[in-house]
Design a protein around this ligand. Structure first.
Ligand SMILES: CC(C)(COP(=O)(O)OP(=O)(O)OC[C@H]1O[C@@H](n2cnc3c(N)ncnc32)[C@H](O)[C@@H]1OP(=O)(O)O)[C@@H](O)C(=O)NCCC(=O)NCCS
Length: 155
């Protein structure tokens, strides 16, 4: 993958590409176009990793006062293991930290070894399991969480 990678907020014009990426990722829950409306209108937060006009990955999160949840994260299969998922996650965690969030949680399919390794590498720890949480195929969800250190005041 050549060219400068930029992480920027997910906008309405990115939805086509995001839906395409979703279609290539059976590991995640495929949202409808309408389900992305809260991201575009700002109730959820979303970011995309782009090179030029091409969207290579995206992350969507939801934030309350002290907690955030990673709702969906995916990188195009041909652009994986290049650090894009890490850049998207770093951006989401940094913005959450700045907003005063202390705890971040997520759910992942129990068989999704790549995502589990990825999140463990980024400091997430296993906190529980929801039996038969996913369908097609039916599978348990593992609950992962991490605690964010408060952000340092800027000097
Ligand atoms: C999980 C996912 C987003 C990771 O994105 P990525 O851009 O490939 O991740 P990075 O390149 O930043 O990987 C960082 C580290 O995570 C771990 N990791 C990532 N993919 C891995 C894999 N397939 N197997 C083992 N470890 C993996 C490694 O430690 C990796 O570092 P390394 O490449 O130096 O060994 C990507 O695999 C993906 O889109 N999967 C399908 C969708 C999905 O499962 N989303 C998560 C739903 S909860």
């Amino acid at each position: 993958m050549e060219g400068l990678i930029v992480i920027r907020p997910l906008g309405a014009d990115d939805l086509e590409a995001v839906l395409q990426i979703q279609a290539q990722c059976p590991e995640i829950v495929a949202w409808s176009r309408a389900a992305y409306a809260p991201v575009v209108c700002g109730n959820y937060r979303g970011w995309v990793a782009v090179t030029g006009p091409q969207v290579l990955g995206f992350l969507v999160s939801r934030q309350t006062l002290e907690e955030a949840e990673i709702l969906n994260l995916a990188v195009r299969p041909e652009a994986r293991r290049l650090g894009l998922g890490s850049q998207l996650l770093a951006r989401a965690l940094e913005e959450a930290r700045r907003a005063g969030v202390r705890r971040v949680g997520l759910e992942v399919r129990a068989s999704n070894v790549a995502a589990i390794r990825f999140y463990e590498r980024h400091g997430f720890r296993l906190q529980g399991r929801r039996r038969d949480y996913y369908s097609n195929p039916r599978e348990d969800a593992l609950l992962y969480g991490c605690v964010l250190a408060p952000s340092q005041p800027e000097t």
